[in-house]
Design a protein around this ligand. Structure first.
Ligand SMILES: [Zn+2]
Length: 312
Protein backbone atom coordinates (compact mmCIF):
# COMPACT_ATOMS: atom_id res chain seq x y z
CA UNK A 1 0.00 0.00 0.00
CA UNK A 2 1.27 3.49 -0.80
CA UNK A 3 2.13 5.89 2.00
CA UNK A 4 -0.53 8.25 0.67
CA UNK A 5 -3.63 6.00 0.74
CA UNK A 6 -4.00 5.80 4.55
CA UNK A 7 -3.47 9.57 4.77
CA UNK A 8 -6.33 10.16 2.33
CA UNK A 9 -8.47 7.76 4.37
CA UNK A 10 -7.62 9.66 7.51
CA UNK A 11 -8.56 12.96 5.82
CA UNK A 12 -11.94 11.51 4.81
CA UNK A 13 -12.58 10.21 8.31
CA UNK A 14 -11.69 13.50 9.98
CA UNK A 15 -13.32 15.84 7.46
CA UNK A 16 -15.74 17.31 10.01
CA UNK A 17 -12.93 18.28 12.37
CA UNK A 18 -10.96 19.75 9.45
CA UNK A 19 -13.97 21.82 8.41
CA UNK A 20 -14.44 22.93 12.02
CA UNK A 21 -10.90 24.30 12.11
CA UNK A 22 -11.31 25.99 8.72
CA UNK A 23 -14.54 27.60 9.93
CA UNK A 24 -12.77 28.90 13.06
CA UNK A 25 -10.22 30.62 10.81
CA UNK A 26 -12.92 31.90 8.43
CA UNK A 27 -14.66 33.60 11.36
CA UNK A 28 -11.62 35.84 11.89
CA UNK A 29 -12.21 39.18 10.16
CA UNK A 30 -8.68 39.54 8.83
CA UNK A 31 -9.29 42.35 6.33
CA UNK A 32 -5.78 43.66 5.72
CA UNK A 33 -6.64 46.81 3.78
CA UNK A 34 -8.63 48.40 6.62
CA UNK A 35 -6.58 49.47 9.68
CA UNK A 36 -9.71 48.99 11.81
CA UNK A 37 -9.16 45.22 11.43
CA UNK A 38 -5.47 45.15 12.42
CA UNK A 39 -6.24 43.28 15.66
CA UNK A 40 -8.28 40.72 13.71
CA UNK A 41 -5.35 40.18 11.33
CA UNK A 42 -3.11 39.48 14.31
CA UNK A 43 -5.78 37.16 15.69
CA UNK A 44 -5.67 35.21 12.39
CA UNK A 45 -1.90 34.85 12.63
CA UNK A 46 -2.11 33.78 16.29
CA UNK A 47 -4.84 31.24 15.51
CA UNK A 48 -2.65 29.66 12.84
CA UNK A 49 0.40 29.52 15.11
CA UNK A 50 -1.60 27.84 17.89
CA UNK A 51 -3.05 25.32 15.44
CA UNK A 52 0.31 24.56 13.81
CA UNK A 53 1.85 23.91 17.22
CA UNK A 54 -0.70 21.14 17.78
CA UNK A 55 0.74 19.37 14.71
CA UNK A 56 4.28 19.76 16.05
CA UNK A 57 5.41 22.72 13.96
CA UNK A 58 7.86 25.17 15.49
CA UNK A 59 5.53 28.08 14.71
CA UNK A 60 5.68 31.77 15.53
CA UNK A 61 3.99 35.09 14.81
CA UNK A 62 6.64 37.34 13.28
CA UNK A 63 6.11 41.06 13.44
CA UNK A 64 6.56 43.30 10.40
CA UNK A 65 5.90 47.03 9.94
CA UNK A 66 2.44 45.90 8.76
CA UNK A 67 0.45 42.78 9.57
CA UNK A 68 2.42 39.87 11.02
CA UNK A 69 3.79 36.84 9.18
CA UNK A 70 3.35 33.27 10.34
CA UNK A 71 6.48 31.15 10.00
CA UNK A 72 6.46 27.48 10.96
CA UNK A 73 9.10 24.78 10.56
CA UNK A 74 8.87 21.02 10.76
CA UNK A 75 11.79 18.64 10.42
CA UNK A 76 11.88 15.82 7.94
CA UNK A 77 14.08 12.74 7.43
CA UNK A 78 17.79 13.45 6.97
CA UNK A 79 18.56 14.31 3.36
CA UNK A 80 14.89 14.95 2.48
CA UNK A 81 14.06 18.02 0.41
CA UNK A 82 12.97 21.22 2.11
CA UNK A 83 9.60 22.51 0.89
CA UNK A 84 8.47 26.08 1.48
CA UNK A 85 4.75 26.57 1.35
CA UNK A 86 3.25 30.05 0.94
CA UNK A 87 -0.29 31.22 1.60
CA UNK A 88 -2.08 34.23 3.06
CA UNK A 89 -4.53 34.53 5.91
CA UNK A 90 -5.83 38.02 5.11
CA UNK A 91 -9.02 38.53 3.10
CA UNK A 92 -10.60 41.08 0.78
CA UNK A 93 -12.95 43.72 2.22
CA UNK A 94 -16.59 42.62 2.33
CA UNK A 95 -18.46 45.71 1.17
CA UNK A 96 -21.02 46.18 -0.17
CA UNK A 97 -22.48 44.05 2.61
CA UNK A 98 -26.01 44.14 1.16
CA UNK A 99 -24.85 41.99 -1.78
CA UNK A 100 -24.08 39.09 0.57
CA UNK A 101 -26.79 36.49 1.19
CA UNK A 102 -25.34 35.78 4.62
CA UNK A 103 -22.81 37.16 7.09
CA UNK A 104 -19.40 36.91 5.33
CA UNK A 105 -17.77 35.93 8.62
CA UNK A 106 -20.32 33.26 9.55
CA UNK A 107 -19.07 30.42 7.32
CA UNK A 108 -21.53 27.75 6.26
CA UNK A 109 -21.92 24.86 3.87
CA UNK A 110 -24.61 25.52 1.31
CA UNK A 111 -26.15 23.27 -1.29
CA UNK A 112 -26.32 25.35 -4.47
CA UNK A 113 -27.41 22.60 -6.84
CA UNK A 114 -27.85 18.87 -7.09
CA UNK A 115 -24.82 17.28 -5.44
CA UNK A 116 -23.07 20.65 -5.40
CA UNK A 117 -22.08 21.97 -2.00
CA UNK A 118 -19.97 25.05 -1.41
CA UNK A 119 -18.45 26.71 1.63
CA UNK A 120 -19.62 30.31 1.89
CA UNK A 121 -17.67 32.91 3.85
CA UNK A 122 -15.03 35.50 3.05
CA UNK A 123 -11.66 33.85 2.46
CA UNK A 124 -13.01 30.34 1.93
CA UNK A 125 -11.76 30.37 -1.68
CA UNK A 126 -8.94 32.91 -1.20
CA UNK A 127 -6.89 31.87 0.61
CA UNK A 128 -7.84 30.33 3.95
CA UNK A 129 -9.50 27.33 2.32
CA UNK A 130 -6.46 26.54 0.22
CA UNK A 131 -3.88 27.04 2.97
CA UNK A 132 -5.84 24.87 5.38
CA UNK A 133 -5.82 21.99 2.87
CA UNK A 134 -2.05 21.95 3.21
CA UNK A 135 -2.16 22.26 6.98
CA UNK A 136 -4.71 19.44 7.19
CA UNK A 137 -2.61 17.29 4.83
CA UNK A 138 0.39 17.73 7.16
CA UNK A 139 -1.77 16.94 10.18
CA UNK A 140 -3.18 13.75 8.67
CA UNK A 141 0.23 12.58 7.41
CA UNK A 142 1.72 13.09 10.84
CA UNK A 143 -1.10 11.20 12.58
CA UNK A 144 -0.79 8.25 10.20
CA UNK A 145 2.99 8.06 9.83
CA UNK A 146 4.20 9.77 13.01
CA UNK A 147 6.45 12.14 11.02
CA UNK A 148 6.36 14.27 7.88
CA UNK A 149 7.97 12.96 4.67
CA UNK A 150 10.18 16.02 4.16
CA UNK A 151 11.32 19.17 5.86
CA UNK A 152 8.53 21.73 5.62
CA UNK A 153 8.43 25.47 6.21
CA UNK A 154 5.15 27.34 6.11
CA UNK A 155 5.04 31.06 5.39
CA UNK A 156 1.65 32.73 5.70
CA UNK A 157 1.38 36.47 5.22
CA UNK A 158 -1.36 38.87 6.22
CA UNK A 159 -0.93 41.54 3.55
CA UNK A 160 -1.48 39.76 0.23
CA UNK A 161 -4.72 41.63 -0.39
CA UNK A 162 -3.01 44.93 0.27
CA UNK A 163 0.00 44.59 -2.02
CA UNK A 164 2.34 42.54 0.24
CA UNK A 165 4.45 45.54 1.30
CA UNK A 166 6.26 43.55 4.02
CA UNK A 167 6.85 40.37 2.03
CA UNK A 168 9.98 41.28 0.09
CA UNK A 169 11.81 42.89 3.05
CA UNK A 170 10.80 39.91 5.22
CA UNK A 171 12.09 37.40 2.66
CA UNK A 172 15.35 39.33 2.36
CA UNK A 173 15.82 39.65 6.11
CA UNK A 174 15.10 35.95 6.68
CA UNK A 175 16.58 34.50 3.49
CA UNK A 176 18.73 31.90 5.23
CA UNK A 177 15.86 30.65 7.39
CA UNK A 178 13.42 30.43 4.47
CA UNK A 179 15.80 28.97 1.88
CA UNK A 180 14.21 25.82 0.46
CA UNK A 181 14.48 23.39 -2.45
CA UNK A 182 10.92 24.03 -3.64
CA UNK A 183 8.41 26.81 -3.06
CA UNK A 184 4.73 25.99 -3.38
CA UNK A 185 2.03 28.64 -3.62
CA UNK A 186 -1.55 27.75 -2.79
CA UNK A 187 -3.10 31.04 -3.84
CA UNK A 188 -4.47 29.47 -7.00
CA UNK A 189 -7.58 27.57 -8.03
CA UNK A 190 -8.93 24.43 -9.66
CA UNK A 191 -9.78 24.24 -13.38
CA UNK A 192 -13.31 23.28 -12.42
CA UNK A 193 -14.79 21.53 -9.41
CA UNK A 194 -13.93 18.09 -10.80
CA UNK A 195 -10.53 18.93 -12.26
CA UNK A 196 -7.64 19.93 -10.02
CA UNK A 197 -4.99 22.19 -11.50
CA UNK A 198 -1.28 22.58 -10.87
CA UNK A 199 -0.27 26.18 -11.56
CA UNK A 200 3.36 26.29 -12.60
CA UNK A 201 3.66 30.03 -13.17
CA UNK A 202 2.01 33.22 -12.02
CA UNK A 203 2.12 36.58 -13.74
CA UNK A 204 3.92 39.36 -11.94
CA UNK A 205 3.02 43.00 -12.06
CA UNK A 206 4.91 46.15 -12.99
CA UNK A 207 3.07 49.45 -12.82
CA UNK A 208 3.73 52.91 -14.20
CA UNK A 209 1.70 56.06 -13.77
CA UNK A 210 1.63 58.56 -16.62
CA UNK A 211 0.76 62.20 -15.96
CA UNK A 212 0.13 64.60 -18.84
CA UNK A 213 0.81 68.24 -17.99
CA UNK A 214 -0.99 70.80 -20.15
CA UNK A 215 -2.76 74.08 -19.35
CA UNK A 216 -2.64 75.18 -15.72
CA UNK A 217 -6.44 75.38 -15.41
CA UNK A 218 -9.69 73.87 -16.61
CA UNK A 219 -10.46 75.22 -20.10
CA UNK A 220 -13.69 75.92 -21.97
CA UNK A 221 -13.62 74.00 -25.27
CA UNK A 222 -15.50 76.79 -27.07
CA UNK A 223 -12.86 79.36 -26.12
CA UNK A 224 -9.65 77.32 -26.23
CA UNK A 225 -10.49 74.21 -28.28
CA UNK A 226 -8.08 73.70 -31.15
CA UNK A 227 -5.49 76.13 -29.80
CA UNK A 228 -4.80 74.49 -26.44
CA UNK A 229 -3.37 70.97 -26.19
CA UNK A 230 -6.01 68.59 -24.82
CA UNK A 231 -4.38 66.20 -22.31
CA UNK A 232 -7.05 63.53 -22.85
CA UNK A 233 -6.26 63.50 -26.58
CA UNK A 234 -2.53 63.20 -25.89
CA UNK A 235 -3.04 60.42 -23.37
CA UNK A 236 -5.42 58.54 -25.68
CA UNK A 237 -2.81 58.66 -28.48
CA UNK A 238 -0.10 57.28 -26.17
CA UNK A 239 -2.38 54.49 -24.95
CA UNK A 240 -3.64 53.63 -28.44
CA UNK A 241 -0.05 53.19 -29.66
CA UNK A 242 0.81 50.62 -26.97
CA UNK A 243 -0.88 47.81 -28.96
CA UNK A 244 -0.68 47.25 -32.73
CA UNK A 245 -3.51 45.98 -34.93
CA UNK A 246 -2.67 42.35 -34.13
CA UNK A 247 -2.91 42.93 -30.38
CA UNK A 248 0.85 42.80 -29.88
CA UNK A 249 2.38 45.19 -27.37
CA UNK A 250 4.64 47.71 -29.13
CA UNK A 251 6.75 48.82 -26.14
CA UNK A 252 10.38 48.19 -27.21
CA UNK A 253 11.84 45.11 -25.53
CA UNK A 254 8.46 44.10 -24.06
CA UNK A 255 8.77 40.50 -25.25
CA UNK A 256 12.50 40.12 -24.56
CA UNK A 257 13.07 36.85 -22.73
CA UNK A 258 9.47 35.69 -23.21
CA UNK A 259 9.62 32.10 -24.40
CA UNK A 260 7.09 30.48 -26.66
CA UNK A 261 4.86 28.03 -24.81
CA UNK A 262 6.00 24.46 -25.60
CA UNK A 263 3.71 22.79 -28.12
CA UNK A 264 2.90 19.84 -25.83
CA UNK A 265 1.74 22.31 -23.17
CA UNK A 266 -0.45 24.12 -25.70
CA UNK A 267 -1.86 20.76 -26.73
CA UNK A 268 -2.74 19.82 -23.16
CA UNK A 269 -4.49 23.17 -22.72
CA UNK A 270 -6.38 22.60 -25.98
CA UNK A 271 -7.65 19.32 -24.57
CA UNK A 272 -9.56 21.31 -21.93
CA UNK A 273 -11.83 22.40 -24.79
CA UNK A 274 -12.15 26.00 -23.61
CA UNK A 275 -13.29 28.32 -26.40
CA UNK A 276 -13.11 32.11 -26.47
CA UNK A 277 -16.89 32.08 -26.01
CA UNK A 278 -16.64 29.84 -22.94
CA UNK A 279 -14.05 32.10 -21.40
CA UNK A 280 -15.41 35.51 -22.38
CA UNK A 281 -19.13 34.76 -22.52
CA UNK A 282 -19.71 34.90 -18.76
CA UNK A 283 -18.34 38.48 -18.70
CA UNK A 284 -20.42 39.61 -21.67
CA UNK A 285 -17.66 39.46 -24.30
CA UNK A 286 -16.86 37.15 -27.21
CA UNK A 287 -13.86 38.43 -29.19
CA UNK A 288 -10.39 37.99 -27.61
CA UNK A 289 -8.50 41.28 -27.50
CA UNK A 290 -4.93 40.04 -27.11
CA UNK A 291 -2.33 38.77 -29.57
CA UNK A 292 -4.02 37.22 -32.59
CA UNK A 293 -3.82 33.47 -33.26
CA UNK A 294 -3.33 32.53 -29.64
CA UNK A 295 -5.96 30.81 -27.52
CA UNK A 296 -7.54 32.68 -24.64
CA UNK A 297 -5.88 30.26 -22.22
CA UNK A 298 -2.47 30.96 -23.71
CA UNK A 299 -3.17 34.70 -23.51
CA UNK A 300 -3.95 34.58 -19.79
CA UNK A 301 -1.68 31.71 -18.73
CA UNK A 302 1.49 32.25 -20.74
CA UNK A 303 1.67 35.67 -22.38
CA UNK A 304 2.62 39.01 -20.85
CA UNK A 305 0.06 41.77 -21.15
CA UNK A 306 -0.04 45.55 -20.91
CA UNK A 307 -3.24 46.84 -19.34
CA UNK A 308 -4.63 50.25 -18.39
CA UNK A 309 -6.12 50.26 -14.95
CA UNK A 310 -7.63 53.70 -14.68
CA UNK A 311 -7.76 57.15 -16.21
CA UNK A 312 -8.28 60.18 -13.99
ZN1 LIG B 1 -5.20 35.22 -2.63
Amino acid sequence: MSALAPVLDRLDQSLDQSLGRLFDLLKVKSISTDPAYAAECRKGAEWLVADLKTIGFDASVRNTPGHPMVVAHHDGPAGSPHVLFYGHYDVQPVDPLELWDSDPFAPAIKEIGPDHKVITGRGSADDKGQLMTFVEACRAWKVVHGALPCKITLLFEGEEESGSPSLKPFLEANAAELKADFAMVCDTGMWDRDTPAISTALRGLVGEEITIHAADRDLHSGEFGGAAANPIRILAKILADIHDDTGRVTIPGFYDGVEETPSQVLKSWESLGETADDFLGPIGLSVPAGEKDRSVLELVWARPTAEFNGII
